[in-house]
Design a protein around this ligand. Structure first.
Ligand code: ZN
Length: 325
């Protein structure tokens, strides 16, 4: 039995095709802030783009490896099949109108397991749920003029993992990761961290179809929060003691990480809250230029030359998104 418990989702990382389309959608349409423009440290010829709230706080973060020309993946069992963000309680109608106005095919909000949910896909086909979550005290990012702060996306809400067998995955979530079973409804079960506020929820859904294929528009991994390196190190030891194949501790510059797979095949990460995104550029400047970790700085010219240029909207606070070219 573990002694360390996570206090929420840290980030979700997915695979995208065109980086420009990715930036445009997630900043201009959904209104997240691009908080870091860097590269995949394990493959520095591709971007790693981080989106979140004003400061890129843990639990607000969605990150992408945009890889131009990547084939479209396939949703299926053994993967994260939906990523949910929380929005204020009465905002789903407003969001549906906004998404449809931007040419996004968004179904009417529906009720699922006692929550109102608006489901749509991003330009790469990634399945996104906006969930009306009363009592989410996070403020989100209010840097896009056409999104009133009363409707702004607050942060991550939950992830849905599709599994052929629920039991082994459920057992890892509770016995090794210290989550609690929050409720069951047919072939869905909800697990909570830290009492289960928005951003601290994992849903397991039973699936019978084909295994998913990880490529464009699919989630690469889900990361959970550890407050600091000491806690994460203890956690790593407990996972090792339980026979889980955990990686060594990786330096991700903005947090430290370990990785392992849950029994159904989904890649999990545990990431520290520290040091965060203002460690190598000021808060006001987050995401505006390419940042590299010290060990890649010597190759900056080569790395930058291989990346497609990104057009960012530095003026997004002045002009509504619909009026921009
Ligand atoms: Zn990660």
């Amino acid at each position: 039995m573990n002694t360390v418990t996570p206090h929420g989702l840290h980030h979700v990382t997915a695979i995208a095709d065109d980086p420009q389309a990715n930036v445009d959608f997630w900043t201009r349409v959904l209104g997240l802030r691009l908080v870091k423009q860097t590269v995949n440290f394990d493959a520095p010829d591709t971007y790693h783009l981080y989106y979140g709230d004003e400061a890129g706080r843990p639990s607000s973060l969605l990150t992408f490896f945009p890889w131009k020309g990547v084939p479209r993946g396939r949703q299926g069992v053994g993967m994260t099949t939906a990523t949910a963000f929380s929005v204020p309680e009465h905002s789903l109608g407003w969001w549906r109108e906004r998404l449809v106005g931007h040419g996004v095919d968004a179904d009417a909000p529906r009720s699922r397991d006692g929550e109102d949910v608006l489901t749509f896909r991003d330009p790469d086909g990634m399945v996104i749920d906006l969930v009306a979550a009363p009592g989410d005290t996070r403020s989100g990012w209010d840097g896009v003029a056409s999104i009133p702060s009363e409707h702004a996306v607050r942060g991550l809400h939950a992830v849905t993992l599709s599994e052929r067998l629920l039991e082994p995955s459920a057992q890892m979530l509770t016995d090794l990761l210290g989550m609690e079973l929050g409720g069951e409804d047919g072939d869905r079960a909800r697990f909570t961290m830290a009492g289960g506020p928005p951003g601290a929820l994992v849903d397991l859904a039973g699936g019978t179809g084909m295994r998913g294929l990880q490529a464009g528009g699919t989630v690469h991994h889900v990361a959970f929060r550890a407050p600091d390196l000491e806690t994460m190190t203890r956690w790593q030891q407990e996972l090792l003691d339980a026979g889980v194949g955990v990686t060594d501790i990786r330096d991700r510059q903005y947090f430290k990480s370990i990785y392992f797979r849950e029994p159904g095949g989904v890649l999990f990460e545990i990431a520290t809250d520290e040091p965060g995104f203002a460690t190598d550029e000021p808060l006001l400047e987050l995401g505006r230029s390419l940042r590299l970790p010290p060990w890649l700085e010597p190759s900056r010219a080569q790395i930058a030359a291989a990346l497609p240029p990104l057009q960012l909207d530095h003026d997004e606070q002045q002009a509504p998104v619909e009026q921009q070219a």
